[in-house]
Every structure is written in structure tokens, then in C-alpha cells.
Design a protein around this ligand. Sequence first.
Ligand SMILES: [Zn+2]
Length: 817
Amino acid sequence: MYKHRLLFVPVLALFLGCNSNKALVEVAEPAPPEKYTPHVNDDYRASRPLDMKMVHTKLYLKPDFSQAWMYGTAYLTVTPHFYPSKKITLDAQGFQINRVELVGSDFFKPLQYQYDGRQLHIELDHTYSAGVKVQLLIDYIAKPNELKDVSGSSAIQGAKGLYFINPDGADSTKPVQLWTQGETESNSCWYPTIDAPNQKTSQEIYLTVDTAFVTLSNGELIYSTDNGDGTRTDYWEQKLQHAPYLTMLAVGKFYVAREQWRGKEVSYYVEPEFAATAAKTYPNTVAMLEFYSNLLGVPYPWDKYAQISVRDYVSGAMENTGAVIFGEWAQRTERELLDGSSESTVAHEMFHHWFGDLVTAESWSNLAINESFATYGSYLWDEHKYGAMEADRGLYGNLSGYLNESKRKQVDVVRFYYEDKEEMFDGHSYAKGSRILHMLRKEVGDKAFFAALKLFLTRHAHQAVEVQQLRLAFEEVTGRDLNWFFNQWFYAKGHPVLDFNYAYDAETAEIVLKITQKKSGEEVPLYRLPMQVDIYTADSKTTQSILFTRETQEFRFKSERPLLVNADADKILLCEKTENKTREQYLVQFQRAPLFLDQYEALLYLRGLKTDLQARSSYLDAMQHAFWFMRQFAIQQYDFTDWKKDANLLVLLQKLAKEDPNSSVRAAAVAKLGEVDALAYGPFFLEILTQDSSFRVIGTALPLYAKTDSVKVMDLARALEPHRLVRGQVLEVYAAYGDADLADFFESSFAPAQGWGKVVILQRYSQLAQRLDNDVLTRKALAFMKHVPSRSNNVYLSRIASQESLKLAALLPPAEY
Ligand SMILES: [Zn+2]
């Protein structure tokens, strides 16, 4: 799963009970004594016991859009895992249960059951032994919108499994759709199953819908039958087993583009208005299938690869087996694609088809098996397609993301104590885990890394596993113990805080590198950190390998006096760090050290040296760097205090604003010209506005040009009204320069706007009314703000509306508010 926003996390866990699992351990030197947090046994998040195992799931489904119900008949094949059993408990959330029967070769036999609204407890006709298959029939109606939460009060918006979008078609801004979201344990809101990641089932789905709709599910569409009554039944089959949370459905009016890869169908589902860019909505899909299949040595195992974008999706994207769901954000027009695409998410979800779908985390505690790998999958694609700089930039984002989270949360990556399973989808499972995998790759080497992954995937295909099984695969391939690595990174919290002190001992002609490690928090281990150290002299670069294991350790290398000593030369350590590098050393690092982080860290240091000619020269180089991010960073970050005086610099900036191939760089250059002298560059901005196609660039230039010509800019803004990616800037211009007759535009834009876009509309509308201070307009805007809560159930949006209402009310005569 790829999350675009934080999900609401209910605080449910109770810290009650005894401390009986508080352990006393003896730890050998040199590691510090480990302290165990006294956990409560009841909070231990065990994998779901395998009493009964799912074998096969066959569903007959018919959605009823008028009631937002799903009529279903499920045929479930199950078998006792080990212990003989006479009963089975199925997850079945918010159902009306009509019938529960045992299915024999030539009979149906009613079974006794109890249903509590969440689980269906079925009494079998006799005790069954392990391996003996039992087939059950459950006839039911799923009512996801009527699902009550634990307190029985309201529907759980974030975990109802089955979502009917605009089911009565009343909202003219939205298509009618149906889609599902199984992860973590929500598919049991629309079909009965054992809803745990350590279950695996093959599946058949007969889905009956209005003939106007397209359907999508896992596996292959074997056939479609027109029922002659305005409905059609699509039969989807997936013979290979996967976990129940990966089952999916989507129904709606979609345009579908198709191609073939190694004899398998690759399909792209979009809303019809995006038909022209259907395949580009999910860029490089086929190339990625080929790349990952070859890299892992395990060909993509599933029947087909489909991707679909749906409305009002509750996450960013989800790796349902062979049928990935994206939010509507992924759909873009040709012109919108100039400013970026969903490519890294496409990579993330596709890599899940090996890590998550083929080999699955046996419990949410082991989510690293799914999410750390999927996150690292994007790195591998970027490295292959765009080179190490781009990939390392992403990995640095992961490091920053994790370090940021670590300020408020430091937990084991693999952890068996947490309050809610949704908590596992955090910066530890994604960002930190991805960075750990990168260190593991460097530790064992590329050949061993990918050989171990192949062994792991092959041995555990269609199984549920824990992170320890990954370790065993690596140990088997490399012949080395790796407990130390997995223990300190996956099974401990925190990270090292390192200090690198570089000195030169002229008497002995030795470089002296002193490294100190502190802990990022309590219960953090003393780290064992193998690393490379690069030594740069005037005409050479040599590399030393060291193993840093203590709190403080000194390393000496024979050398002439170096220009730069660069510890953690691979720039892979997951740490916070300080270094006593000098200005001269950072100048060398920027010029000669090859990696993204080498150069980025040097620029960060040099940024503070405003009057330093060499620092300035480095930034000028960075503005012409081969890697786009360095150019953008240099434009945005360095304070050329004399921008206006340096004609060459301004020429360079204008050249970047007009000609740079990357729209982020062009936009940064336009913004900088605006900072330097927005008025003087008015004609230049007009040229940009009429010549550049990128919305990012145009959106940057539009408000800047307004300073030159506040009348003409209104015409330009009106022409840009249809384009959602510049909607914010158009509203900014309208709010600052527009008339009262724009009120209708603000109001009509509100319903179709998404997320943050609605907030911007409210704030800009209020700004317009405040600026014009016209009672008629103020009353109109105020009336609109007051109705926001009835138009949206978003609490944050209602709060913004009420804040803006207060500002507007203050403009009216006191009697009116
Ligand atoms: Zn994911």
C-alpha cells in the first residue's frame, strides 16, 4: 500500500494486566545491557492461529447500488491446519446472514452457527482431520455502510472494505463506481473469509453488474455472460493462491487500454476522459515487469497486470494481486504529465507482487516484508532507469522521512507490540526498512543480495513469512551469520548518532579518524557499522574498509596529508551525524566525491558562506549540474546577495527558466527571477506564460506577472480556469485582482475540487470578499461558508469555513453577526 496521507488511528489499546513476560537477560560485552519494556501479554500481536486454513474461495456477487449492499453467495473450501477440528470461525463484518450450509458431493446440509456482527462461528457436522477439505456455503448480504464500530455508534469510513461511490448518481461531478480496499483486514466486510495475512486462497468470482459497467478483479477474466435483463456476469479466476486482503473488485465506466507482455495481458483502466493517456497514467509498466523479473530471477508470477484509478480512494495505491488500485490523482492529461507522473508508485505496487503478494508478511508485525521491499523497489527502478543520483535522492528522502518520524517515535521495525495494526504503516516499515535493505545490499554485495532474494522468493512462494526467514536466506547464500545485522536494524529501535572527527598526525604521517556513536534514544543498541572511508589526495583516491563497533574508536591510515577524508563513503548509513570537515574539504567533496549525498551535503555546508567566492563558484557549478535536482537546489537555496549586479548570473537564470528540460528547474528559476525583481521581469514572465506548456512553470509565473499587469493577468487566468493543476494560482490572482462577479466561479469550483483544493477555494474566496469589502458579496460568501459542513463531512474543512466566516462577519454591521 502506498499512503498519501496519514490515516486516522484509533486509540484502543488498554495497558492493563500483569507484567509476567518481563524478561531478565544477560548480555555479553561489548553491547550495553538491554532493557526490556514491560509489555502486557494481552498486547502481544501474535500471528493469527492457523486452526483452519483457507484453500479456495468461490464468490457469486451482485452489488445493489440503490442500497449500497452486496448480495453474495460464498463457497469456501477450508481444511484443519494440524489439529482436528469440528468448528470454524470466519470473519464476516456487518453482514445479514441468510444461510450456512455444508456442501457435499450431492447434498447441502444446514449447519448450526452463531453470528455476532463481526464473526461467524460455525459448528461442523463432525470433527475433521488435517488435510480433509470441507466446503461451506454462506448466503449473505454485505452492508458496509451500516457497519458499526466497536462502540456501535458510527460507520467506519476508513475500514469498510467495500465502497460505493456516488451510488445514486446524484453527484454530477462524480462517476458511479464501486471498489474495494482489503488491507489490512477489511475484505471481510464484503465476503466471509479468514481475514488474516497468513491465510492463502485461490479464488473464483462471478460478478453480476449492469451491462454499462466494466469490472476488474484479480486473475483472468475467463468469460462474460449477458443475462438478457440488463445485467452481465463476469467470471474472474485466479488459480494461484494469495492472501485474502489482496482480493479486489472495481466496477464503473472505465476506458481500458491493453497490451501484451510475455503472453500476459497488461491493462490500464482510466476514466474515459483520460483515454488518450491511459497507458501513460501508469508509466513504464511493461519495462518494469521485464526489469524486476530479470533482476529477481523470478518471472512475474501472476496471470495479468492491471492498474486502475478510482474516485475517493482511501489510500494512495494498493497492490491487489494483478489488479492495482490507484487514487484518481494518478490520472493525468498529456500536458499534466509534463510535470510528473505516478511512476514511483507504479514501481512500488509492482514490486509488491513479489514482496507482499507472492511472499507475504505472516502478520502485520512483519510488514517490512511487504513495505520495506516495495519502497526499495522504487529505488531499484530509479537506479536502473534514471541512474544513481536520482535513486539516491529518493533514498535520502527515505532517510529524512524516517529521521523526522524518529523525533516522536522510535520502535522496532519488526514489532510485536502495538496498539492498532494501522500503526505499522509508518516511516519505520517503509522508509527505514528500505534504507536497511540498501545497507544489507552493500554489506553482502549485489550478487549475493539478488541471489538471496531469489532463494527467499522461490522457497517461500505463496507462503506467509517473517523477517527471520529473509535472514536465513541471506545466511544460506552468503555463508555468513547476519543476526547482528538483522537484530540491530530490524529488531531494535532507533539509530546511531555518529560523530566523525578527522585529523592528520604529521609526525607519524597518518590520518586519524575518530568515530563516536551515541544512541538516538533509550533501548537503542550499540551498533556494529562496517563502512568504507575514501581518502582524497591531489592526484589519487583510495578506499579503506573499517569496522566500527564501539562507543568510540580511532582508525589510523598511512597517507600523505589528504585533501579530504570521507567516512561512510557509500553514504548508506542510517544515522544522524556530525563531521568536523572544513570549508576546503567540502569544496573538494563537491567537486570530486561522486554520490548524490556527497555533493548535497557539501552544498548544504557551503550554503552558509555568502561572501565566499569558492562557495559561490560551487553553486554556479551546481546551477549547471547534470542532475536536475542540484540545479533546482542551487537556484532555490543559495543567497547570491548581489543577484541584481551579476549580469552573467541573471542570463544563466533566464536560460534555465526558458530552456531547462526539467519543469521543476524552470519553475525555480522563474520564482527566483520574481524574487530578484518581479517588475523588471514582467515581459519575460509574459513570454513564459505564452510559451511554456508546463503547469508548474505557468503556475509560478502567473502571480508574478500580475505585479506588472493586473488587467492582462485576469485574461490569462481565465484561459487557465479549466486546468486543475493551476487552479490554486488562478484563484490567488482572482482573490487579489478580481471583481465580485467571480464569486460564482469560486462557488462552482468547490464541489469538484479534491482535498486541499477545497481549503484553498474557501480561503481565496474569503480573501476576495475581504478585499472588496462589499456587503452583498460578503453576505454571499458568508452564506456559502455556512453551508460547507452540509456539503462535506470533513471536520478540518468545516473548521476552515468557520474561521473564514468569522473574518467575513466582522465586515458586516454588528447587528448581522
Ligand atoms: Zn506498499
